[in-house]
Design a protein around this ligand. Structure first.
Ligand code: G3I
Ligand code: 9MR
Ligand code: CA
Length: 573
């Protein structure tokens, strides 16, 4: 018997192959690049010793290493092993890991899948089996007869006026369509396209538009963008905050959800996010005049009118409780309320400036440069302005040029705060400060990855790229829960996301390729959680909307992170 097998088997009564993999070895369950970093974290008693990389049948050891004893957990670093293949990691006394791959383009499938998740979220259309596989379903929410809610009534469009605003993506586990969250989502996806146009164009997701000559990413974005255009009141330029049922639908399939739908009050936040996205979409559509005739002009006109409305209505906050005391029916769905709109204003101004080169917009953006730059989220979009200005830094008009270094400094400072302390954390990921764990923490981790990738683009420093990869590793399994957080990917992944189609379709497996919200010590849903600790406050139960829901704004930075890491893989050491 080879020595390794003797060592492995001597601590066990049953043959290894008959045993299940252990949950105690935490690693990226998809895999690693041949020349990239490879780290696993091992929970449980801190016993020193060796670890082994073996073939999946455990018979052939291919690499031997020594466990590192961290402050809290042990780690196994097998970066030096570079041979492509499928393997497991074995730790005597602990067990063996789920299988993983080492190969070039190892994240390509999960990256494209994350983009495909938007197809599954499409409203107003059936999903035929040839695109949706087992998760094909009938059309739901035509949204061709949407009512103007009393909170949105104007002389020209009084309450109960019927509008059409079809298409768009369902926001999350629910079936409503929220402009604020659509804005940050589209901004992130369109930024990815603007930064990696060739790479994006080469990715196919098997959607009905795959045969046309637009990149699938843009076709998918257009499904939502065309809905978004209909959310603007053409008579004044203001944008309705959301298109929604009064109350959340039951856990039924889209076609069975028939409650009346409303557009509600116009808000400054929605209108500014809309302006930013339309300005950005305008310059992208301008690159496809034959495929998208007239769209660039329509988007720019919509953006300009939205900006003007927001200038005249600087503080029209969406406050659901106040509306509900004044109008009927009461609206109980997601609020997406935000009292801090300097960032939304800065983002809209920056995108309008880049597209029109009008210095007035730069003046409106400029105050943002005097503030520290926070991480992007649905309520905080300032980073999207900086990403775009950095992307176009070589082509900007003279008025912006003196600030190029400051824009860069703000972005690198943000990235430096994300890297600080990461190596000392138990899982050695950028993600993991205690404040990182909140509702949608997986989206936050992905957004950290995006910020780090921006810093890498600007500086060429590989530490930023490697740090971004630690967060992809985190999302795919190297974390305190042991889950790969993308449905249908990895070995241990969510089975019961708070996602109405996944629950109602009668198929055991959830709709694939969704990123769930992730650990959230708020535990606002009152479900049963395994632990109160922030990093372990995740539960794979359908009731858990606070940790196990899916959402378009969390998947978008994952798409960005996974695509960009794939595009940069050869730069990994
Ligand atoms: O930002 C603070 C942070 O500073 C603080 O440390 C932390 C401590 O609890 O709280 C953070 O705020 C939380 C915020 O999410 C973070 O993004 C709030 O407590 C929390 O209530 C808030 O939750 C939001 C949730 O709706 C409830 O309003 C989520 O962001 C938001 O993603 C979620 O969105 C819902 C829609 O309403 C409806 N559709 C599904 C969607 C996803 O769950
Ligand atoms: O399903 C809803 C989910 O999309 C929201 O994020 C969440 C928080 O607003 O609310 C969920 O709906 C629940 C509601 O808030 C309370 N009653 C049970 C609903 C379904 O679980
Ligand atoms: Ca804001």
């Amino acid at each position: 018997m080879p020595l390794l097998l003797f060592v492995l088997l001597s601590s066990r009564a049953t043959p290894l192959q008959a045993q299940a993999a252990t949950d105690s070895i935490r690693l990226n369950q998809i895999g690693f690049y041949p020349r990239g970093p490879k780290l696993a974290v091992i929970t449980g008693a801190k016993k020193p010793g060796k670890f082994f990389v073996t073939t999946p049948d455990h018979r052939t050891p291919v690499f031997t290493g020594t466990l590192q004893l961290g402050k809290q957990l042990r780690t196994a670093d097998f970066s030096a092993f570079q041979t492509p293949g499928t393997y497991v990691l074995s730790v005597p006394g602990t067990g063996f890991s789920y299988p993983f791959q080492i190969r070039a383009r190892v994240h390509e499938a999960v990256a494209s899948a994350a983009l495909k998740s938007y197809y599954y979220q499409r409203a107003s259309t059936e999903l035929p089996a040839r695109y949706a596989g087992r998760w094909s379903r009938a059309a739901g929410h035509p949204d061709t007869r949407v009512l103007v809610h009393p909170s949105a009534a104007t002389t020209e469009r009084p309450a109960q006026t019927v509008l059409a605003a079809p298409r768009g993506w369902y926001d999350a586990g629910d079936y409503n369509k929220y402009v604020v969250n659509s804005g940050v989502t589209l901004g992130t996806l369109l930024s990815l396209y603007e930064e990696f146009p060739a790479y994006c164009a080469a990715r196919r997701t098997n959607i009905p538009e795959s045969a046309n000559d637009l990149p699938d990413l843009l076709d998918e974005a257009l499904w939502n963008l065309r809905w978004l255009l209909a959310m603007q009141d053409p008579l004044d330029g203001g944008v309705y905050h959301k298109l929604t049922n009064p109350a959340f639908d039951a856990f039924v399939m889209p076609a069975a959800a028939q409650a009346p739908r409303y557009v509600v009050q116009k808000s400054t936040a929605a209108t500014l996010d809309f302006a930013a996205v339309m300005a950005q979409a305008s310059r992208i559509a301008g690159g496809f005049p034959r495929q998208l005739p007239g769209l660039a002009d329509s988007c720019l006109r919509a953006a300009t009118q939205a900006w003007q409305w927001a200038q005249m209505h600087p503080q029209d906050y969406y406050r659901q409780n106040e509306i509900n005391t004044q109008t009927d029916p009461d609206i109980q769905t997601g609020e997406y309320s935000d009292d801090e709109l300097r960032d939304e204003r800065a983002w809209a101004a920056a995108e309008l400036f880049i597209t029109t080169r009008d210095a007035e917009y730069y003046k409106a953006f400029r105050p943002a440069l005097d503030r520290a730059l926070p991480l992007a989220s649905w309520a905080q979009v300032q980073a999207l302005a900086f990403y775009s200005l950095a992307r176009f830094r070589a082509q900007l008009p003279a008025v912006a040029r003196p600030d190029a270094d400051l824009i860069r400094l703000r972005l690198l400072t943000l990235a430096d705060t994300l890297i600080a302390g990461a190596a000392q954390r138990p899982y050695q990921t950028a993600m993991g400060r205690s404040t990182d764990f909140q509702w949608g923490s997986n989206g936050l981790a992905a957004n950290q990855g995006v910020a780090l990738l921006q810093a890498y683009r600007l500086s060429g420093k590989k530490a930023y790229l490697r740090s971004a990869l630690t967060n992809l590793d985190y999302l795919l399994g190297r974390n305190a829960t042991g889950y790969c957080f993308v449905t249908g990917y990895g070995t241990k992944s969510p089975r019961h996301p708070h996602h109405r189609p996944s629950e109602a379709d009668g198929i055991a497996e959830p709709v694939p390729s969704f990123l769930v919200g992730g650990p959230n010590p708020g535990q606002q849903d009152g479900c049963k959680y395994p632990s109160a600790r922030p990093e372990k406050s995740y539960t794979d139960l359908v009731c858990s909307y606070a940790s196990n829901e899916v959402a378009i704004n969390w998947s978008a930075p994952l798409v960005y992170l996974a695509f960009a890491i794939e595009a940069y893989q050869d730069a990994l050491p």
